[in-house]
Design a protein around this ligand. Structure first.
Ligand code: UT7
Length: 334
């Protein structure tokens, strides 16, 4: 249960960015032993977006933040803190937060990157909440941004067709009205999951070498079947738990905002919560799995389409590498 401070943290603006280049399932059919039918039925993905080779993750994050600032009608100098959930930083260091800060001229902000794979956004959001609740920060940006095309092996049919590139951002501000904003957060990690989903190369254990390149250790590895089973259980359990802890019935939930890894995982989660699919935010068919960006791009798209209204209860849930998983409950405030 979230320990409430002086204020509640509420989302007051959103923005997202997806690259223009669309990669359809057909693209993979042409050179891999796969089919549009398999990809659609096993994952729910129809297409995904790819950023150009020489353009980094920070480019998408900046675009998403620009949109967010425009929507709120404020300048970047008002921002106190920038937290970036990503597993595809522009480089190991400096952090992508520093790069964004410099690119945007965010002269009054500090910031950092947070790595929690597909839970990167909700772990970052849970971290950001603390700075708002304590009263120490007034405007905090949380970005989920990943250029998954930079770390996917295009010859591996088990992974290459799953991922896409995108960024989504939210602005957090304090409210004294504690009925609004983020109400609860439950986060988990379990390092036993590491062997089933990882990128081994490039860290201090396996620094870049001819060997790490030859063995394709700079790409995503996933034992899909094992992760699938854990994801179904982990995401459904934690989503149900946050409902139970807050005495919410299915009819009290306006939207489930699930991490978009597989439509079958999303459906299982909705089933466990007892909610119908029309109350579930879905964009996996258009973008695939964009890791840290799935949840904020969903929220931003639905908001831009006028589908979220003040007072709506949203449950944000994710499961990803680590394992990392969790759920956040919030009441939409604007
Ligand atoms: O976001 C972070 C967390 N990640 C996840 O939550 C992802 C979790 N995993 C998944 O979403 C699914 O496991 C996948 C989409 C990755 C795979 O789906 P699956 O239903 O678990 O497939 P599978 O690996 O059990 O493979 C089923 C069959 C196999 O053939 P046989 O052994 O039944 O003859 C595979 O060889 O599908 C075959 N297969 C493919 N066929 C066509 C595996 N990949 C492909 C492919 N195209 N790309």
């Amino acid at each position: 249960m979230l320990n409430k401070g002086l204020y509640n943290a509420m989302i007051t603006s959103v923005g997202h960015y997806v690259p223009d280049r669309v990669i359809s399932n057909k693209f993979f059919e042409e050179y891999l032993d796969t089919s549009d039918e398999w990809i659609r039925t096993r994952t729910g993905i129809q297409e995904r977006r790819r950023l150009d080779k020489d353009i980094p993750t920070s480019f998408m994050a900046v675009k998403a933040i620009e949109k967010l600032l425009q929507n709120r009608g404020i300048g970047i100098e008002e921002i106190d803190l920038i937290i970036v959930g990503t597993v595809t930083p522009d480089m190991i260091y400096p952090s992508t937060a520093c790069i964004i800060q410099e690119k945007m001229g965010a002269t009054n902000a500090w910031g950092f990157d947070l790595m929690a794979a597909c839970s990167g956004f909700i772990f970052s959001l849970t971290t950001a909440i603390q700075f708002i609740q304590s009263g120490s920060h007034k405007k905090v940006i949380v970005v989920g941004a990943d250029k998954m095309s930079a770390i996917t092996n295009m010859e591996d049919r088990n992974t290459c067709l799953l991922f896409g590139d995108a960024a989504g951002a939210v602005l957090l501000e304090p409210t004294e009205d504690k009925t609004y904003g983020i109400q609860d957060a439950i986060m988990h990690i379990d390092g036993k999951g590491g062997k089933y989903l990882h990128q081994l190369g490039g860290g201090s254990l396996h620094p870049a070498s001819h060997e790490t390149v030859d063995k394709r250790m700079h790409f995503v590895y996933q034992d899909g079947k094992t992760v699938f089973k854990e994801a179904v259980k982990g995401m459904a359990d934690v989503s149900y738990q946050i409902m139970k802890n807050n005495k919410l019935k299915p009819e009290d939930i306006s939207y489930l905002v699930p991490h978009q890894a597989n439509l079958r995982i999303i459906t299982a989660c909705a089933d466990r919560m007892g909610i119908s699919m029309d109350k579930v935010m879905v964009n996996i068919h258009k973008y695939g799995n964009t890791t840290s960006a799935t949840i904020p791009t969903c929220i931003s798209e639905y908001w831009h389409e006028g589908k979220i209204k003040k007072g709506d209860n949203l449950v944000l849930s994710s499961f990803g590498a680590g394992y990392t998983w969790g759920s956040i409950l919030l009441k939409w405030a604007y």
